[in-house]
Design a protein. Structure first.
Length: 105
């Protein structure tokens, strides 16, 4: 059960960090006024969550200390990323077949 929680948390943190940074860059660049501030806040939140992910993955060394057992992603990172890449490739293939079928009909 702990392994499943580690997979879930590792992918949640990774995808949340990347999505927050990308959304923040988009909002800060194209926004105006208050929305630019929101974009900067999204970037900062994404970077903080990214640091948490790197800490759990063991990529920060002993700079911060050891992560708790629930956040020790060292063994689960590779499996999780491969699963996410497989899911994305499968979704893109399905989308391509769908678009091809719609365009031919």
């Amino acid at each position: 059960m702990t392994e499943l929680i580690q997979y879930f948390l590792s992918m949640l943190l990774l995808v949340f960090a990347v999505a927050s940074v990308i959304a923040g860059i988009f909002t800060a660049y194209f926004g105006s006024g208050k929305s630019r501030i929101v974009g900067v806040i999204l970037i900062l939140i994404g970077l903080i969550v990214g640091v948490l992910f790197l800490w759990g993955a063991g990529l920060l060394g002993s700079m911060i200390g050891e992560p708790p057992a629930m956040m020790n992603f060292v063994g689960s990172i590779t499996n999780g990323i491969v699963a996410v890449i497989g899911a994305i490739v499968g979704a893109l293939i399905a989308l391509g077949i769908f678009l091809l079928a719609i365009m031919k009909a």
